[in-house]
Design a protein around this ligand. Sequence first.
Ligand SMILES: *Cc1c(COP(=O)(O)O)cnc(C)c1O
Length: 399
Amino acid sequence: MQNYKHDVSPDWGLATQMVHGGLTRSQHAETAEAIYMTSGYVYQSAEEAQAAFDNSKPRFVYGRFGNPTVAMFEERMALLEGAEAARATASGMAAVFASIACLVKAGDRVVASDALFGSCNYIVQEILPKWGIETEFVDGRDLGQWRKALSKPTKVVLLETPANPSLRIVDLKAVCDLGHAAGAQVIVDNVFATPLLQRPLEFGADIVVYSATKHIDGQGRCLGGVILGTAKYINETLQPFIRHTGPSLSPVNAWILLKGLETLELRLQRQCEAAEKIAKELQGHPKLNHAYYPTLANFPQAELAKKQMKSGGTIVSIDLRGGRDASFRFLNALKLILISNNLGDSKSLVTHPATTTHQRLTPEQKEAQGITQGLVRLSIGLEDVKDLLADVRRALDAA
Ligand SMILES: *Cc1c(COP(=O)(O)O)cnc(C)c1O
C-alpha cells in the first residue's frame, strides 16, 4: 500500500493551515491525524539501523526524540508561528527550561523581566545561579533598566509579554535590539498573547516558547509545551539537549494539541471579544481600583500593546479596593467562574495570584511586579458573555 499523498500549499491562510498543516497520512489514508503509540521503531536490516544512527537516512529512531504524531504537531506550530522549526515538550515549563538550559554554561549571564510566570521566575532566581550562571531581573517596562543590564555581554534574555498576572507589556523590538547588541538570544514566553495575537519573531525575537496547556489545548485536557526558532537552533542546539534529557511530549497529548489548533482561531476570537467587553464594562466600578486589559485606552501601556498585539487577549486583571479580604469574598461569591490557578481554558477561571501562583515571592517582589493583595486574574472562557458579566457583577457586589 502506498502512503496517501497530501497536497499542501504555503499560500493557504492560517485557518486552513491549522486544520491541514503538518498532516502526514499513513497507508490507511485516515482523515484525522493518526496517534502513533510506539516508544520505538524497527529496522529492515542492520545497515538501515546504522544509517539511522549516523543520520545518513533521516527517520524516526526512538520516542524520546521523535514520533510521527508529535512531528505533525511541531510542523503545525511552526506554520502558525512562521518559524523555521519547532520542538514539542511535555509541559510549558519543560519548554522554558530546555530553551534556556541548552544555551547556557557556568559563567554565562541571563537577564530576565521580573514579571514572569512563577516557575519561570524560579528557574532564573533559584536554579540558574546554583549552576554558576549570573542572573539579573529588570522591570520589563523600563528600557533604561534593560539598557543598563544589557551593557554587559549576555547569553540569554527571557521575557514574557503581556506578563502574568499584571499584563505588563515589554517593548519587543527595543528589547530584542538591546539583547542582540549584548550578544544574547532573546527568548519570549508568548503564552498570554498566543501565536495568533502576537508574533515575537517579527519583532526580532530568536526563540518563542509556549505552554500549550493554555490556549493551544484550551480545553483543560493535557499539558504540553513548544519551542520555536531557527532550524539551526532547534536541530543543532536544542534537539541534542532534548534527546539526552527526555522532556518529550506523549503522542496522545500531541494529538489532543493538534485538535486544539484546529479550533484555536475560533475560540480565541470569541474569548478575546468577551474579555474586552468585560474589561470595558468594569471600568469605573466602585469596588475596583482598576480593570486592566492591554488594549483599552486607560491601560498604562495601551499604545505599545496595540503596536505589538492584534487584540488584548483572554485575560482581564482587576484590582479590588478591599485587598485580600475583598478578593476572597469576590472569588467565593462567583458561581459560574471557577477558582483555579490555570488559564486560557474554555471554562472561565479566576485566580488570586498573591496567595497562590505568586505566593512564593517576597512582599517586595510582589510589589515590584504589581501583584497587590487586591489583584485578581480572570481568564475568560467560551461561555455566554452576559452570564459571565452577571456573575462578575454579582460577586463584586458581595465583595
Ligand atoms: C502556564 C505557563 C507556563 C508553564 O506551563 P505548564 O504547561 O504549566 O508547564 C509558562 N509560562 C506561562 C506564561 C504560563 O502561563
